[in-house]
Ligand binder design. Structure first.
Ligand SMILES: [Cu+2]
Length: 190
C-alpha cells in the first residue's frame, strides 16, 4: 500500500491513509454494536386492536392524572405528567427544530413518553395516525375511525360557538378551511 501512497503529495497521502483507516474501522465498529433484538414498532392507529386502543387512551388519561415533575418556576403552566412532555417540547422549540439534533431529540422525547405510557399499563409503542388514509373527501375525514368517541380520540369536542355554519354574534369567524360539524366530546377528555 505504501508503494501506492507515495505517488501522492504528503497531505493527500495523509487523507488517503485516514480514509483507509476509517473504512477499516467503521465496519468493525458496526459489528461490535449489539443488534437490537426487540425493536420498538410504532403502528398506524387503526391497525391496533380495540383493546390496545383503549389501553393507550387509558394510559394517556393516567398521565393526565399524575402530578407534573416540571418545576413551577420553570413552567408554571404545566399541571400534570402529560403536560411535562408538552411543556418540554414547547420550551425547547427554538433549539430542537431546523437543527441537526431534530431527529435524535424527538426520538428521545417519544421514547421517554412511551416509557411513561407503559408505566401507566400500556404495553405498546406510541402509535401514529396516517391521515392520508382519510383525505379522499371531507366525509372520509369526518368518518375516520380515529374520531370514534368510544374507542378512539373522540368526536369534535365540546360545543365551541362561532364556527362557519353556526356563527355567534360578536365572534369573528374567518371563511375557508374546514367547518367541523357537531361537537360530540372526546374520549381523551379527563
Ligand atoms: Cu418538535
Amino acid at each position: 500500500m505504501n508503494n501506492l501512497i507515495r505517488f501522492f503529495s504528503p497531505p493527500m497521502a495523509f487523507c488517503l491513509k485516514l480514509l483507509i483507516l476509517v473504512s477499516l474501522v467503521l465496519p468493525l465498529h458496526a459489528q461490535l454494536i449489539p443488534k437490537c433484538s426487540k425493536p420498538t414498532v410504532r403502528k398506524e392507529w387503526r391497525t391496533l386492536s380495540v383493546t390496545e386502543r383503549l389501553s393507550y387512551i387509558s394510559a394517556v388519561q393516567c398521565l393526565l392524572k399524575k402530578p407534573a415533575i416540571t418545576s413551577k418556576s420553570d413552567m408554571p403552566g404545566v399541571t400534570n405528567r402529560f403536560e411535562d412532555f408538552l411543556g418540554t417540547h414547547i420550551a425547547q422549540m427554538e433549539d430542537i427544530h431546523f437543527v441537526g439534533v431534530f431527529y435524535p431529540w424527538h426520538r428521545l422525547l417519544l421514547h421517554a413518553y412511551e416509557k411513561e405510557l407503559q408505566a401507566c399499563g400500556y404495553n405498546g409503542a406510541q402509535p401514529y395516525w396516517d391521515w392520508t388514509l382519510d383525505t379522499s373527501s371531507p366525509e372520509a375525514f369526518f368518518n375516520s375511525p380515529i374520531f370514534d368517541a368510544k374507542t378512539d380520540f373522540g368526536g369534535n369536542g365540546d360545543w365551541i360557538p362561532g364556527n362557519i355554519t353556526h356563527p355567534m354574534e360578536g365572534i369573528f369567524v374567518t371563511s375557508g378551511g374546514l367547518d367541523i360539524p357537531d361537537r360530540t366530546g372526546g374520549a381523551l377528555q379527563p
